[in-house]
Design a protein around this ligand. Sequence first.
Ligand code: ADP
Ligand code: MG
Length: 253
Amino acid sequence: MIRINGIHKSFGSNHVLRGVDLQVQQGEVVVVLGPSGSGKSTLLRCINYLETYDKGNVVIEGKPIGRIPMQGQAVQSVEMPQKDLNAVRQDVGMVFQSFNLFPHKSVLHNITMAPTSLRGMNKEDAEQLARELLRKVGLQDKAEARPSSLSGGQKQRVAIARALAMKPKVMLFDEPTSALDPETVGEVLQVMRTLAKEGMTMVIVTHEMGFARDVADRVVVMDGGVIIEEGKPSEIFTKPTHPRTQMFLSQVL
Ligand code: ADP
Ligand code: MG
């Protein structure tokens, strides 16, 4: 479903991604772990080309996103036209640490905005879908509420519903519970567990180790802009082979 090939990314002289290769199968849940600054967010943002990169390419279900690879040519790849990028991007839902909801619009409106403007869905269908998704995330009674009246956990569940309204093929989560009060973390993780059970393809950056252990099909450990180790959670958590993984886990567990 996702094929990341040899991604390199620098910010000025800071070489942040140093050749990352990662493939994610349909329905697979991959959790990305690693110390702060190791390049996890940058990698996630490269997947939907929110971040440009210097080398490499990303393919979503056979379709290049952001850059089109040029085999056997002088240039490795060329920038994709914006309208093609927008089209592939619709298949990739993203949930951030900060919820990025529109504060002055109702929860319902926040969710219907993208499907009506980008997917061309009519208002009635979009609202029906939004209400179904609100039920799914346990917020059916909050359709008319403003985001500012919600708790962090509720806002994040709205953000998940909003991403799902685009019917994405994959969902990317960048530390979705890091900004939440501890008592609302569980409700967000529960929604993510449900999505995983339903077969959603997900790439999740999180420090929630219990969640990673239970839900991940595969854990990927990043350090210094490369993947230093990957495996089943049972392997990574009980017998990590890389000393830096051992050190990271000893700090977070
Ligand atoms: P992580 O998510 O693992 O904490 P990031 O991907 O956010 O790591 O950051 C990796 C490195 O890239 C850090 O050194 C960070 O300072 C740098 N970086 C990230 N985004 C930018 C940016 N927009 N401009 C400059 N440097 C950045
Ligand atoms: Mg980050």
